[in-house]
Design a protein around this ligand. Structure first.
Ligand SMILES: CCCCCCCC(=O)SCCNC(=O)CCNC(=O)[C@H](O)C(C)(C)COP(=O)(O)OP(=O)(O)OC[C@H]1O[C@@H](n2cnc3c(N)ncnc32)[C@H](O)[C@@H]1OP(=O)(O)O
Length: 249
């Protein structure tokens, strides 16, 4: 498969997004004749204190897309920026748990957006190639099959690389391959589970994060990112990517 090429006149973010469908539009929805994906804001999850969003953009930042097609098996896609701040496991290499988390996040969000209120029961990850921070990756997730309350999913993680001519391309070599089993919440037990949809307004034993908190946190992240944009260690790709992403917030 030849790597998709994107024009140098496009912003880096558009270029990353173009990798998803090899075509980009001016808004955050991307369409081709065969596929449409739309961006999912993490604020869609309301008061969820999302673990992956609490890292700080210098560590992990990503944008999530799900297909809007009325197909039986929709897809989800993550375009992620992995920074240099505390992302390593083996020195010099991205911790496998972070890669696994991205795969789990893509598959979990896909399950929920496909209508399955499900939890990860089992997650398998084959790490195929080491990843060095800072890195940019794309994650493609899909639903393989469903059986009753069981939802089987898979996700592939690829690195995004800058070519010599400045264009971006998805590496042909997969960084990690994940499969998972999600179990839809048992109706009988569902009321006992606090989810973003069902979280009680009052009486929760643990204080919940509000949308205002999230907005404040986002502002802090934006400020923090702006401060670090020109610090050593960031390649042009990451700087441009973050500048573009956060300029729109
Ligand atoms: C919204 C965005 C999401 C982002 C991604 C984040 C996803 C997550 O991190 S979720 C958090 C991590 N996961 C968890 O905390 C889940 C913890 N585990 C649990 O709560 C429970 O074990 C749970 C809900 C998965 C299943 O429990 P329960 O509803 O009682 O299912 P149970 O009745 O035992 O089993 C149902 C079926 O699934 C099977 N099953 C359950 N667990 C597993 C497993 N780990 N492996 C294989 N099969 C399993 C059972 O064998 C059973 O099969 P069958 O019907 O054929 O007999």
């Amino acid at each position: 498969m030849s790597a998709p090429q994107v024009g140098v006149h496009e912003s880096r973010t558009d270029a990353y997004l173009a990798l998803l469908v090899n075509n980009s539009s001016s808004d955050n929805n991307i369409s081709t004749s065969s596929r449409t994906v739309r961006e999912v804001s993490y604020q869609d999850w309301g008061r969820s204190a999302n673990f992956t969003r609490a890292q700080g953009a210098e560590r992990l930042d990503y944008r999530l897309f799900v297909s809007d097609d009325e197909t039986e098996h929709p897809t989800a896609h993550i375009v992620a920026q992995i920074g240099t701040d505390g992302t390593e496991g083996v020195p010099g290499f991205v911790h496998g748990g972070l890669t696994s988390t991205l795969a789990d996040t893509a598959m979990g969000n896909l399950a929920w957006h496909a209508g399955y209120k499900a939890f990860t029961a089992n997650l398998n990850v084959d790490f195929r190639a080491p990843l060095s921070p800072p890195a940019c990756v794309v994650v493609d997730a899909k639903i393989e099959k469903t059986e009753g309350r069981k939802v089987y999913l898979s996700a592939d993680v690829f690195e995004v690389q800058e070519m010599q001519d400045g264009t971006l391309a998805r590496s042909n070599d997969v960084v990690a391959e994940a499969t998972s089993l999600f179990i839809v919440m048992d109706k009988a037990k569902e009321t006992a589970v606090t989810t973003p949809d069902t979280a009680p307004q009052n009486g929760a034993s643990t204080p919940r994060v509000t949308n205002d908190d999230i907005r404040d946190h986002t502002s802090t992240c934006v400020a923090s990112v702006r401060e670090t944009l020109f610090s050593p260690g960031w390649s042009t790709i990451e700087k441009d990517y973050l500048k573009t992403v956060w300029a729109s917030t």
